[in-house]
Design a protein around this ligand. Sequence first.
Ligand code: PLP
Ligand code: COI
Length: 341
Amino acid sequence: MEKKNIDWGNLGFAYHVTDYRYVSNYKNGAWDEGGLITDDKIVMSEDAGVLQYAQTVFEGLKAYETEDGHIVCFRPDLNAERMEGSAARLEIPVFPKERFIDAVKQVVKANEAWVPPYGSGATLYIRPYSFGISPVIGVKPADEYQFRIFVTPVGPYFKGGAKPIVIKVSDFDRAAPRGTGHIKAGLNYAMSLHAIVTAHDEGYAENVYLDPATRTKIEETGGANTIFVDEDGNLIVPKSESILPSITRRSLVYVAEHYLGLKVTEREVFLDEVGQYPEMGLCGTAAVISPVAKINDHGREIVFRDNQEKMGPVLQKLYDTLTGIQMGRIEAPEGWICRID
Ligand code: PLP
Ligand code: COI
């Protein structure tokens, strides 16, 4: 399979139109058989549920070329399960897990030429999503839906690659208590756009959001969970009902405990305590592990000592082990790697 002629090493996190996408439509109470198409455009009613009341949920995962030249993706079963929960919360019919995994395989296989080569630093980002496509004008769920997956080759999420970033404490809340912070819905990202534009204008790479009820605890950033390393080299992971249950974070907890022998504590983490930790990282499919050099809290700087010039040593070990598993250099736990070819 000949790869596309792309400067893989210089890709940013951006959308490129690739050759095939997977589409299935839901009508009269059932999903149709679905399949691959080449048309990247969608025609829908001006009054579609997604356009009027943001009835849409999505997922994000990646495909990798491994050291020995296979194409794999990472834990797609967990994306399928998370999307079931997201869909149920927004009254979108669930796209069945087995079909979700099969659709991921089909669309990656069809776009094999777009999977970045092993060692290039780039990966193939896979974006499954479901949205209300039929007209609604009173506030209610649509009758018809589309499930779709496209793929796009991507490089690092943050400009500068692995260079530690500076983030700010957002003045806005990302989630409400008992709201939708724990699901992957477009609406959570729409409300973060003004905050991210403001943060970028002020020179920050991202926002970190506090818990909406008390604004004392660290939740997550706009597109990633947070993790901390204490002075003993152990991992501290914020726990909250209103953050997205990151598959990367759940995998890192396992890697920390079972591969690296670290102690992991999952609990509420207060903004006021994090200054004592030498390393902070953002973790997610897009972010992988991105080191945080500083948080700016309204002029007060919280400095992560071991993340100044580059990622600190514990985050680096976690990063090397996780990406080693994803790219076939390190043996994966049972069921984590899904072979595509
Ligand atoms: N939190 C938010 C708000 C996200 O958008 C993402 C990205 O998917 C994550 C966390 C990380 O989740 P995952 O590791 O499953 O990609
Ligand atoms: C992902 O990591 O898959 C995400 O969805 C983050 C995103 C906001 C780009």
